[in-house]
Design a protein around this ligand. Sequence first.
Ligand code: NAD
Length: 368
Amino acid sequence: MMQFDHLTLGQRVLFGSGRSAANLAAEVTRLGASHVMVIASEFERPMAKTATAQISPVLWWDEVVMHVPVEVADRAREAAAENNVDLVVCVGGGSTTGLAKAIALTSGIPVIAVPTTYAGSEATNVWGLTEDRTKTTGVDDKVLPVTVIYDAEFTRTLPVQLSVSSGLNALAHCVDSLWAPKADPINQALALESARALATGLAGVVANPNDMVAREQTLYGAYLAAASFASAGSGLHHKICHVLGGTFNLPHAQTHATVLPYVLAFNAPGVPEVASRLATSLGRPVPDGQDAAEAVVEALNALRVTLDAPTALVDYGFSASDIPEATQRVMKVVPASNPVPATEEDITALLTAALQGTTPAPSVPSLL
Ligand code: NAD
């Protein structure tokens, strides 16, 4: 029997390459906003200028820091209040979107997001702030952008390596959604279509970074992944990466890209049916007689080779001496519903493998 409770978040999504300026102007008019604050880092400013070509912002803000330190959020909130801002437009990656969300969290000012990476924050009602080496996240509908404007032209400048890490960060959203606490058939359907789009899109971007069809597929997949993640909640993968980012300040996208196959290898034996569907979405249906967990891990490993994906946390500043503290912190937040119960030894082994870049493989066969 099928039984589930599903919540779909309400948000407009306007997708069109080269259409960001027209789409943004129409949305500003529709919302009746007169005091627009634009958030974009210095590097993202040219894209923001393009997106805002048909509106007249009252405030430009370029202090953007990954994982949104509280003091940065407070400065931006004060500036928004001083300028009577009634709409925040963020043009940039997940860090830029994160700052806009921090403003919305305390002020209720609506946000329009124009994403330029595949991070997916724009489609979630999750906010994150960092203070004293600890990243706090929460869920609040106030931070969900009212509108997302996708323009794949902005992703053209994303270097291939960053496209791969960011796209695998998106893949982590959809894969983790498959077993997250609120996983259901609807968010699983979004996640599996997302995995298909991301796998084909990213392979296309690596083959030709100017392939706009591949860029659009990847951006579309990134949205679906975030929508499935927003609905299903944080699974084991996000709990681990949240600790690695917040406590050890590891780079977000690369950390997700590196850790994902180890969490898949750990969890896939507990969800063989979903593992089999994911393998198909990744373009490698499980051959007759092969274990589904083994097959899906092989499928992801093969994709990672095609993409020349990041492989070891040691390359991003994590070290063996960090593992005990990381394990302790992860153990406090492992979801009770994780399909495979995780012990301290399991998390230590997973982090050790991710640190060194050992080839990911399931440790136990599927529980068929
Ligand atoms: P980022 O926003 O820090 O961007 C990474 C780098 O890419 C920056 O230097 C940025 O200037 C540059 N960049 C952005 N767009 C570019 C483009 N089109 N071309 C070239 N360079 C470009 O990194 P990110 O991975 O996009 O986002 C990470 C942050 O987002 C983290 O803080 C993470 O916690 C947060 N996040 C939140 C959620 C959520 O649901 N709340 C989801 C995903 C990510």
